[in-house]
Each structure stands twice: as C-alpha cells, then as structure tokens.
Design a protein around this ligand. Structure first.
Ligand code: TYM
Length: 327
C-alpha cells in the first residue's frame, strides 16, 4: 500500500529494564505485526522512565536495550520510525500546554496515581503528570491507533479527552486516537497468576536464557491435584501460558487437563520446551544486533530526526492556536 494511504500508528514502552512476555504479547508483537499496514512510530519513553530510574548509566543502557529489543523482534527501521522521546523536545513542550488545560481532580482519577497513592508511595510530580506527557507523545503524531495492553487503556482515553478539550477550546487540531487491545492477551498473567509485571517479580523475560525459563516455569504455583485428576483450565497458571505458547501437543494437553492424565510436572516440562523454542531465535537475533552498537545508535539518530520533523510541524500549529506564535 502506498504510504500516503496508510493509517498512522504510535506506541511505545518505558526504558525500565528487560521486557517480558507480557510486554511482548500485549503490545510489542502488534508493533511488528502491524508495521506494514500502518505508518508506525515506536517510541522509547525515556523521560517517563526518569520517574523510576535515577541512575544515568542504567537509563542509558536501558534505552539502548529497548532499541535493541525492538530490532530483535523484527521492527524494520526502514518502515518504522524508532525513536527516543527525549530526542523530540516537543513532547515535553506540548505536555506543558496540556498541563494548563487539565485539572488536578481529573488526574487524581488515573489508576496509576491511585495505585501509587494506595501503596503509600512518595509520588513525584512527574508520576502524577505521567498521562499528560503520554497524551503529548500520542497526539503529536496524529495516530489513528495506539496498540497497548489493558493497563494503558485509561492513558489512551485520557489522551482522547485531552485532544477533545484542546480542540474544543482552540479549534480542530488533534486527531482522536483509538487504542488497539488484543482481547486474548490484554492482561498476560505472570508466574503467580497476577498481571505479569516487573514490580511483582513474576515475569518471564522475553529474551530469557533457557535456565531462566526453566526457573520461572518451575516456580509457578499449582494446586495439589494428582496426575489422574481433571484440572481447571480456567485458573491454572501453567495452562494460561500454554495458550500463549501452544506446541503441537496443545490439544493433547488441553484434553488431559480436562479429563485427567497429565500431572503439573509434565505440563511444565512441555511448557518449558515450547517457550524455549519460541524464545531461542529472538534471543539469537538480539545477540547479533547487540554486538553492533553503532547500528542501533544510527537507528535511534535517524528515527529521532524523522520524529522531530513530524512533531515540529504539529507544534507550530499548536503554538499558533494557543497564541504564542507572533512571527
Ligand atoms: P510499559 O513500558 O509499562 O509497557 C509496554 C507495553 O506492554 C504492555 N504490558 C502488558 N500487556 C499485557 N499483559 C501484561 N502483563 C503487560 N504488561 C505490560 C503495556 O500495556 C504497554 O502497552 N505508559 C506506557 C509507555 C508509553 C506509551 C506512550 C505507550 C509512554 N508513552 C504512548 C503508548 C503510547 C508504559 O508504561 O508501558
């Protein structure tokens, strides 16, 4: 399809460490799957990550790491604009303008803020304001779609609200974006059955070694049902992961779960084999890309330039609309 006729996609991930299979199935896989169909902009949200990463060396490594991850899962920098949020200062500039339109009570309803507050965490202004920077990330690029996991749905809704508010006050400026959330992987469960998340320590890293995979799978708690007893495919965490990594024996596993005939040990061994088979080529690809740091930096440099061009044009329009552009 001609690029001019393609719809626009934007998404991103934070640079907070190694991605896990929740990030992959919930969002990153869609980045790769949709790259031919959409004009895609895939960002590394490094300024968002400053809310949690305070070590400069660690943040730099993480940024390079996410860029490497993106390339390893098959994003083609010829098709996809891969860039750092910080390479485009228009993001923080637009976030400021959105700050002036948004009320504190509105942002206090955001799940991420409420969760942090409920945990009694010390909350930075940056964490409170997170959704405004994310709205800027999205709206600068006029995307039609934003592929994310369920936990980001509210943030995309806030972006849409913010666009509507601005459009209402200053005239039609921003396209209203829509999230893409894949129903069957909207919340990928971790090894303990809760949402897979680094903060719960229940992840399977996307580029895990075979040893890490084995350790993670073996740590999944199961009930005490014996081999011959039927098992609960709705609530078993091992089976939930079989659904993400179905090997040729999936139908057999499912049948034996329902009728009895397979113990958790055997089920876990099959799962380990299938996850390892899936991850091995991704891990190999990543090792190759990682060895060429200059290439990865080039991708970021070029992506940053392309993104900046788009954001600059939008920001010119915004400055004009709000009345600060005099010449
Ligand atoms: P982040 O870095 O926390 O996560 C990246 C993506 O992974 C999805 N995800 C999951 N999906 C399914 N199951 C899970 N267990 C799971 N865990 C994580 C997230 O929903 C997300 O899509 N705020 C964003 C980063 C961001 C962004 C943006 C995204 C900043 N600006 C603009 C889209 C558009 C975040 O923290 O994602």
């Amino acid at each position: 399809m001609n690029n001019a006729h393609k719809k626009i996609l934007l998404s991103g991930t934070q640079a907070t460490g190694r991605p896990h299979i929740g990030n992959y199935f919930g969002a990153m896989k869609q980045f790769a799957d949709l790259q031919n169909e959409y004009l895609s902009h895939i960002m590394i949200a490094d300024y968002h990550s400053l809310n949690t990463i305070r070590d400069a060396g660690e943040l730099s490594r993480n940024i390079l790491g996410v860029a490497t991850d993106y390339l390893a899962i098959g994003l083609d920098p010829e098709k996809v604009v891969i860039f750092q949020q910080s390479a485009v200062p228009e993001h923080t500039e637009l976030a400021w303008i959105f700050n002036t339109l948004t009320t504190m009570p509105y942002l206090m309803r955001a799940h991420a803020f409420k969760d942090a507050e409920a945990k009694g965490k010390e909350i930075s202004v940056g964490t409170f304001d997170y959704p405004m920077l994310m709205a800027a990330d999205i709206l600068l690029y006029s995307p039609d779609v934003v592929p994310v996991g369920q936990d980001q749905k509210q943030h995309v809704e806030i972006s849409r609200d913010t666009a509507e508010k601005f459009n209402h006050l200053y005239g039609d400026t921003f396209k209203l974006p829509k999230e893409i959330i894949m129903d069957d992987v909207k919340v990928v469960p971790g090894t303990d059955g809760r949402k897979m998340s680094k903060s719960y320590g229940n992840t399977i890293p996307l580029f895990a070694s075979d040893e890490e995979i084995r350790k993670a799978v073996m740590s999944i708690p199961t009930d005490s049902k014996g081999i011959d007893e039927p098992k609960d495919i709705e609530h078993d965490n091992v089976f939930a992961l079989h659904k993400l990594f179905p090997g040729f024996e999936f139908a057999e596993v499912q049948e034996k779960y329902m009728k009895g005939g397979m113990g958790y040990k055997e089920s876990k061994e099959i799962l380990i084999k299938n996850i390892s088979r899936f991850i091995a080529p991704l891990r190999e690809a990543r090792i190759k890309i990682e060895s060429d740091k200059e290439y990865v930096l080039d991708v970021l440099r070029e992506g940053g330039k392309k993104a900046k061009k788009i954001a600059e044009a939008k920001m010119e329009q915004v400055r004009e609309r709000v009345g600060v552009k005099l010449y």
